[in-house]
Each structure stands twice: as structure tokens, then as C-alpha cells.
Write a protein that binds this ligand. Structure first.
Ligand code: ZN
Length: 371
């Protein structure tokens, strides 16, 4: 294992933060990158990374790694440091209010322009050229803030990776994945290895989250050069939601780490006979079919259903009760679908999103992710 330190631009005098990366396996081969806790208060991914670190150390000693595996066990040092009134604030940058998993650079147009005179008929040579151009275009973006510096460093580490897995969690939820519609086959294989209950797909989910910034450039570049130069889909990326904030146990983390390693073995990074995974729990569904329920007024939150419940349109999901007026509002499921995530707090202000139900029909448009 090789350890590398990547300093961020200085945020305030007297401080200097850095990203830590752990590198396993032969460098210069295919590359997989797994990062935990981009939302820095999401602990399940950090524990899975700890299990991965131990397993990968052993696999490396046994000579069983066939590609480079880069692990970021806690990739957001800004978010790790943010505490306010005894609560960890790891989702939003306290300085700007921006979500740490949004606004990664879309480099496809700039890289296409730079690479156009260099490309030829060999698709693998084109991948190498485009990766170099993508990283050059990213390096030319001068970050103004520590947050922008974090985004640039993380994306730079991932832009030449064949596989990118971003480990997150939801509030209270079942294990689920977000990936891209063009990547459906690999996303469903990953879902099977993890035993995920749900896989949500979109081509454009809005505000450019990290996984999309890594994978989306490839189908955009392929379309740009269609009929002129072959450009394969050179990166599979997914966001893995490792259940809820409080689902932190060695039993779950060991199982999840084994699932991720089995997927990496199937992708050619580890020599191990990966057993055929269990069947897919349910076919991937459109992210546009994920229906949120919002609190229409402030009040106590009393759930009637659990994450993992299959619900029907019209089923009671949650009640919101104003403690002073006694007003009680029942929120019903708008669709048949899987209740896959719900809020962990039990007091809501008006507008708080309380639950998400994944239906089979694409009913929404615009920005599909939460704040
Ligand atoms: Zn997250």
C-alpha cells in the first residue's frame, strides 16, 4: 500500500488541509477509485473503507491485485471539521452553503476541442488522449476557494479511473445505488453484488454530482465524435447509498466490503473466483420516478411505513401533526413503488422532505436530486 497526501488550497492562514489516498495494486494498469464520506457526516462508507483497507492489504500481500485500486477512506477534510452546536455538519460547506456533492466540472466540451486534432481510429489510444486532455482542462481551472480546490483534487484523482464508486448514505434507508442510464448493465451487476434493493438511473440528474462528472463525459464525447473517431464508455461510476446514517456496524460493513470486492473482481481488478451474485432484487428504475413527500406544515413526524416497504398509491406513509393547533395531515404515496428512504428527524419544518418512493414511471423532470 502506498499512501499519498494531496494538499488543498489554503482556506485560512494557519490551516492546511489535505486529502489522503491509499493505493493498492500495480500502478499504470486499469484503475478503480472508491471514496467515502464526501458528505463528511455519512459514517457507513468510512467503516466500509476501513474493511476494504484491511482486505486490500491482504490481497496485495497475496499478489492477487491485477489493477490499481485507490481508496479515499474519508475524502472531505473540510466537512470532517465542521461542527456547530454539538452537531456534525458534513453535507454542506459552511462557508458557501453549497452541497459537497454538487457542481463538479463538466469538461467534455473543452476536452473535445483540445483532443479533436489528436484522435484516430484506435479507441483505446483515444481514451488515453482524452483522459490527458480532461486532466489538462481541469488543471487550468484555478480554484478560488478551499471548496473549489477540494472538488478539483477529487475529480483529478478520478478522471482516469475505469471504475468510480462514491460511498454515501441516506437518512434512514435501504441499500440503494444511483448511476447513469447508459451504464445500466454494470449498475445492475453492482446492485446484485451488494444485494441492493434499488438502483436509480438518470442521464442527467442536475447540478453535476461527482459520479456523473466522472462518467457523463464519456457518452458526451462519444456522441461528439460519432462517425469520426471511436470513443468507448471508459468509466463506470455509481453512488452507493449504504443505508441510513446510523447503520454503522462491522457486520454490515464486512458484507458491503465483500460485495464491492466481488464487483471489482468481476471487473478484472482482483484474481478471485467471484461467485455468481444473487439475482437482482428489482429492475433498475428511473430517477425521474423517485417521488418525494414533503411536510406541508411544521409538526411532529409519525411514520406509518418503513424503508423497504412496497407501497401502493394512496397508502398512508406519514402524518405531520401541528402540536399547538392539533392539525393533522396525512401524506399518501402518489405511486405504487418502493419506500426506500425516509427522514431521520421526527420534527419537521414546512417543506422538509420526509420520504422517497421509487415508482416505475418517469414522472418528474428538472433537478432530480435533493438539496
Ligand atoms: Zn451523501
Amino acid at each position: 500500500m502506498q499512501v499519498k497526501h494531496h494538499p488543498l488550497a489554503q482556506g485560512t492562514p494557519g490551516t492546511r488541509r489535505e486529502i489522503l489516498t491509499l493505493h493498492f495494486g500495480p500502478i499504470g494498469t486499469r484503475k478503480a477509485l472508491l471514496q467515502a464520506a464526501l458528505h463528511a457526516d455519512e459514517v457507513p462508507g468510512m467503516l466500509v473503507a476501513q474493511h476494504l483497507r484491511e482486505a486490500l492489504t491482504q490481497l496485495e500481500q497475496q499478489g492477487r491485485l491485477r489493477g490499481e485500486i485507490v481508496l479515499l477512506p474519508a475524502c472531505n477534510p473540510i466537512g470532517l471539521s465542521q461542527w456547530q452546536l454539538l452537531a456534525h455538519q458534513g453535507r454542506f460547506d459552511a462557508n458557501s452553503g453549497e452541497n459537497f456533492n454538487r457542481h463538479y466540472a463538466d469538461l467534455s466540451a473543452a476536452a473535445a476541442q483540445r483532443a479533436a486534432p489528436l484522435l484516430g481510429p484506435d479507441s483505446q489510444a483515444n481514451v488515453a488522449i482524452l483522459r490527458r486532455c480532461l486532466r489538462e482542462c481541469l488543471a487550468e481551472q484555478a480554484p478560488q476557494t478551499e471548496l473549489e480546490s477540494l472538488r478539483q483534487r477529487l475529480l483529478d484523482l478520478a478522471l482516469d479511473a475505469d471504475v468510480v464508486l462514491d460511498l454515501h448514505c441516506d437518512c434512514e434507508s435501504v441499500l440503494h445505488l444511483y448511476s447513469a442510464t447508459p451504464l445500466r448493465a454494470d449498475a445492475e451487476r453492482l446492485a446484485r453484488h451488494l444485494g441492493a434493493e434499488l438502483c436509480l438511473l438518470a442521464e442527467e440528474s442536475g447540478d453535476h454530482p461527482f459520479d456523473e462528472a466522472c462518467s457523463q463525459v464519456w457518452w458526451r464525447l462519444a456522441r461528439h465524435f460519432e462517425g469520426r473517431h471511436p470513443v468507448p464508455q471508459a468509466c463506470f461510476a455509481a453512488t452507493v447509498e449504504l443505508r441510513g446514517y446510523a447503520d454503522v456496524s462491522h457486520a454490515l460493513a464486512a458484507r458491503d466490503a465483500q460485495g464491492l470486492l466481488a464487483f471489482l473482481a468481476e471487473q478484472g481488478f482482483i484474481t478471485q473466483v467471484a461467485a455468481e451474485p444473487a439475482p437482482l432484487r428489482r429492475a433498475a428504475r428511473p430517477l425521474q420516478g423517485s417521488m418525494p413527500l414533503h411536510a406541508p406544515h411544521a409538526g411532529l413526524v409519525v411514520f406509518a411505513r418503513q424503508p423497504g416497504d412496497e407501497v401502493r398509491a394512496g397508502d398512508l406513509i406519514v402524518e405531520v401533526i401541528d402540536p399547538l393547533s392539533g392539525q393533522k395531515t396525512a401524506l399518501l404515496s402518489p405511486v405504487d413503488g418502493l419506500l426506500y428512504a425516509r427522514e431521520q428527524r421526527r420534527y419537521a419544518n414546512a417543506g422538509l422532505r420526509l420520504a422517497k418512493i421509487a415508482g416505475e414511471q418517469a414522472l418528474r423532470s428538472g433537478k432530480l436530486l435533493s438539496a
